[in-house]
Ligand binder design. Structure first.
Ligand SMILES: *[C@@H]1O[C@H](CO)[C@@H](O)[C@H](O)[C@H]1NC(C)=O
Length: 225
């Protein structure tokens, strides 16, 4: 009996199957798999192993390719993020921070307003000595300005300029009260190195204190090349 079992197992290994019927054991030869090559028929055990190795190799190749692709995409994303962080630019300044209202003007000609009180100067684009904001890189910038003056018979007027060319003029010249104020908001496309200024215009004056009636604000909305 033991020999028979052993024989059965051996037969199974070599592709023969023993079935049992009422009439005793019947030998059956397994039908060859048409998909297998003749080499596989000759040595089925090592052929299966070979196919398995092939599949493992394909899988490894697939994983390797996926990892390379993922690494590339991660690097692209990191570069973009670093670029965004490096190009951050935002400034916001006010004329002064005095306890008492202090005025500049009236002036004889166009004069760059030097805002002395800095709220924010991210990227150091604004120069507190000259009053000039220099765009650190090309892009679309949002600019916002307010002016205020408080002297009888003296108007408040200024001009927001890019490289000396007016973008928006702020004007309050005619009125019954001494208080004059105005504001402007603009989105402009600047090239790296472009200079943005607020210019006090001829015969006009502005006044400020800790209330920050005069502000000059700009920030990079998004960078372009
Ligand atoms: C997959 O990458 C590993 C590590 O770089 C390498 O050893 C292996 O040969 C690669 N496998 C394939 C199938 O390219």
């Amino acid at each position: 009996m033991r020999a028979l079992v052993l024989l059965y197992l051996l037969h199974a290994v070599f592709g023969q199957v023993t079935k049992y019927s009422w009439y005793g054991p019947v030998q059956e030869v397994r039908a060859p798999d048409p998909a297998l090559s003749s080499a596989c028929l000759a040595d089925q055990t090592s052929c299966g192993c070979c196919l398995m190795k092939k599949n493992i190799n394909y899988m490894e190749m697939y994983f390797n390719q996926s990892i390379v692709e993922m690494k590339n995409q991660l690097m692209t994303a990191q570069t973009a993020l670093n670029d965004m962080r490096a190009s951050r630019s935002a400034f916001s300044v006010a004329l002064n921070n005095q306890v008492f209202l202090t005025c500049i003007g009236p002036v004889n000609s166009d004069t760059v307003i030097i805002y002395k009180h800095v709220f924010l100067n991210l990227g150091n684009g604004y120069n507190v000595q000259t009053g000039v904001f220099t765009a650190p890189r090309s892009g679309v910038y949002s600019l916002a300005v307010t002016i205020y003056g408080n002297k009888a018979n003296l108007a408040s007027c200024a001009s927001l300029q890019v490289n000396g060319i007016a973008v928006a003029r702020l004007n309050d010249q005619i009125g019954q009260d001494p208080e004059d104020s105005n504001s402007a908001v603009a989105a402009v496309k600047l090239n790296a190195g472009d200079k943005v200024t607020m210019n006090l215009l001829k015969n006009c004056l502005i006044c400020d204190d800790f209330n920050h009636f005069n502000t000059f604000t700009g920030f990079l909305l998004y960078a372009t090349n």
